[in-house]
Design a protein around this ligand. Structure first.
Ligand code: 13P
Ligand code: SF4
Length: 300
């Protein structure tokens, strides 16, 4: 029996659904029930008909699944798979910021801890941020945490000003405008898509800033035969699988999120076999965080 067969066998025995983020290893995406971006996976997690959710991604994503499914067992194969950006603001720091801006609405990127979500009025993902943020009145004061790049991108698009927390993604920060110029020189005429977690000069040198789900859609719908991709390289597996006739060129092969690579077929099998590691979010944090996530899901 192959390890893939063992994983699928265990998943049906345990009534488990395997969710994988677009940045996970190709072999993990291939064995999962669903692969998607943060928004698609949060939606799946909210609608899932299973006893167990195994989340192949990083910790805040599994936590979001647990927040949305209080009665289900949520497992993460490697609990050390964190997100450095999510850890750039604590609940205490956000409480202090809110105290300095008592009238402001607090908005968190889904890449945040449950404790931070619990302090927020609204949550957004890169796939729905523009739509969700457009629902705030232009005169409302907004605190946006933790990603200064996504917050800056949306505030620019909507022509509004937000108080931005200075968090960032180290993986996307490594993509440079010079890297894009070099990729364009190698593949003249190819459109450049980047993630909104990239810095402003990088987004400005690209053609489109898209969530990973948005990138998959762009790749399907574009007439271009070559596309330059500025995000974590794990997504190339899915882009190439779904579009075998097109060529995808990473801005840099070194754009790797080490935490997204922590899920392997081996620890995924062990997770199902031994029901580990269970992700729980204590009350009342879970119910307060659920309000912000559900408010988002209701809008978009
Ligand atoms: P997406 O929601 O676009 O998949 O992004 C998640 C993420 O962590 C990007 O670094
Ligand atoms: Fe966090 Fe960046 Fe990794 Fe996404 S790619 S999980 S934002 S460190």
């Amino acid at each position: 029996m192959t390890i893939q067969e063992e994983i699928r066998g265990l998943a049906s025995e345990r009534r488990a659904v395997i969710l994988a983020h677009n940045y996970t290893r190709g072999e993990v995406q291939d064995v999962a029930d669903y692969t998607g971006d943060s928004l698609e996976l949060a939606r799946r997690a909210a609608a899932v008909d299973a006893d167990v959710i195994v989340f192949c991604g990083v910790y805040f994503m599994a936590e979001t699944a647990a927040i949305l499914n209080p009665g289900k067992t949520v497992l993460i194969p490697d609990p050390s798979a964190g997100c450095p950006m999510a850890d750039m603001i604590t609940g205490a720091q956000l409480r202090e910021l809110k105290a300095q801006h008592p009238k402001a609405k607090a908005v968190c990127y889904v890449n945040s801890t449950a404790e931070v979500k619990a302090e927020c009025d609204m949550c957004v993902t890169s796939g729905n941020a523009e739509r969700v943020m457009a629902t705030f009145r232009p005169d409302e004061e907004i605190l946006f945490v933790p990603d200064r790049h996504l917050g800056g991108y949306i505030s620019g698009k909507l022509g509004r000003t937000y108080e931005l927390w200075p968090g960032y993604c180290p993986t996307h920060q490594s993509i440079t405008a010079g890297g894009i110029a070099a990729a364009r020189a190698l593949h003249p005429g190819a459109p450049v898509i980047v993630h909104p977690e990239c810095a402003k000069d990088v987004r400005d040198s690209a053609d489109f800033a898209l969530s990973t789900g948005g990138m998959c859609k762009f790749a399907r719908e574009s007439d271009a035969s070559d596309i330059i991709v500025g995000t974590e390289v794990g997504i190339l597996h899915r882009l190439r699988l779904e579009n075998p006739e097109k060529r995808f060129h990473p801005v840099s092969e070194r754009t790797v999120c080490p935490n997204m690579k922590k899920t392997t077929l081996e620890n995924l099998a062990a997770s199902l076999r031994e029901t580990k590691t269970v992700v729980t979010v204590p009350e009342p944090i879970a119910s307060r965080a659920r309000r912000a996530v559900e408010a988002m899901l209701k809008i978009a």
